[in-house]
Design a protein around this ligand. Structure first.
Ligand code: F6P
Length: 327
């Protein structure tokens, strides 16, 4: 392992994800183990440009493995998208003698990191954190499992009242561009149908599924809707369906940001601990501009550009499974 790097910085950026704190803890403690200094940047790229960074010691990350959110705070920065902003960030990092970066976040975070490296040369290793699970190069992203469990628990509760009233519920889960969360929620909660960004569904198909369900004496139904599905806004879909399949009393529920908060699941804590630690060791091993991930239970380094630009496909077997089990 290279001993050239003596001081790194870590930050969280973009939408928060449960498990970010566990990953920060792993980063700080792995740095302590290898006797290198680590600075925590507060507020993502905004904090980097403003030079908001302080040295973190092992005790600073005590009692956070179980906490949702990120103690370093996060932001989506417009300023960092400008060359001027990135120059500010580079001079703040140089002032603090930072030699490498660990970036915790998703697509936007890694896009910023890649440009920043091209312009200013700071080696960066990304740790995939997003409830969307939409990053290529890792089976799962940190936060996905917790968000899934939150969504499934919410759907279970809606199921109780849907059954009591014989109602049709449209339940919106997060996922602007990715249907992973919606698809897994649908399978794990036994939903009738799922609407995804990755798969075109027509109103005719939707109406047919509901008519068939009614024929099979299914008195209530749960439809999981990904935010970015191809049909449009959940309220509008529900209205349109009402006019086509009058039989159901229809309601809409949006789970929204509830999915982003809460204590991380065991699986997310484990993934965060592994990836946070691997990211530091990757930097020390001389890796640059890669995302660390777990693929088939093996550590994998994916160039940031590939992780961002390659679309992680929906597993068609899982989609088929959702359809079979909804009969
Ligand atoms: O990217 C994660 C995510 O939770 C998406 O699923 C969702 O569309 C978006 O962030 C919401 O962002 P914001 O917190 O800015 O409303």
């Amino acid at each position: 392992m290279s001993r050239n790097i003596k001081r790194i910085a870590v930050y969280t950026s973009g939408g928060d994800a449960p498990g970010m704190n566990a990953a920060l803890r792993a980063v700080v403690r792995t740095c302590a183990y290898h006797e290198i200094e680590v600075f925590g940047i507060t507020g993502g790229y905004e904090g980097m440009m403003d030079g908001n960074m302080t040295k973190l010691e092992t005790r600073d990350v005590g009692n956070i493995i179980q906490r949702g959110g990120t103690f370093l705070k996060t932001a989506r920065s417009m300023r960092f998208m400008t060359e001027e902003g990135r120059k500010l960030a580079a001079s703040a990092l140089k002032k603090h003698k930072i030699e490498g970066l660990v970036a915790l976040g998703g697509n936007g975070t890694f896009t910023g990191a890649e440009i920043f490296n091209k312009e200013h040369g700071f080696p960066v290793v990304g740790v995939p954190c997003t409830i969307d699970n939409d990053l290529y190069g890792t089976d799962y992203t940190i936060g996905f499992d917790t968000a899934l469990n939150t969504a499934v628990e919410a759907v279970d509760r809606i199921r109780d009242t849907a059954e009591s009233h014989d109602r049709l519920f449209f339940i919106e889960v997060m996922g602007r561009n990715s249907g992973y969360l919606a698809l897994h929620t649908a399978i794990a909660s036994g939903a009738t149908l799922v609407l995804l960004p990755e798969k075109e569904t027509t109103y005719d198909e939707l109406a047919n599924v509901l008519k068939t369900s009614a024929k099979r004496k299914k008195l209530f139904s749960l439809i999981i809707v990904a935010e970015g599905n191809t049909l449009g806004k959940t309220e509008e879909i529900a209205e349109e369906l009402k006019s086509r399949v009058g039989a159901y009393d229809t309601r809409v529920a949006v789970i929204g940001h509830l999915q982003r908060g809460g204590s991380p699941s065991g699986a997310d804590r484990l993934l965060a601990s592994r990836l946070g630690s691997y990211a530091v060791e990757a930097l020390l091993d001389g890796h640059k501009n890669v995302m660390v991930g777990i693929d088939n239970n093996m550590i994998k380094y994916t160039p940031l550009g590939i992780a961002i630009r390659n679309q992680k496909e929906i597993n068609l077997d899982e989609l088929r499974l959702a359809e079979i089990l909804a009969l």
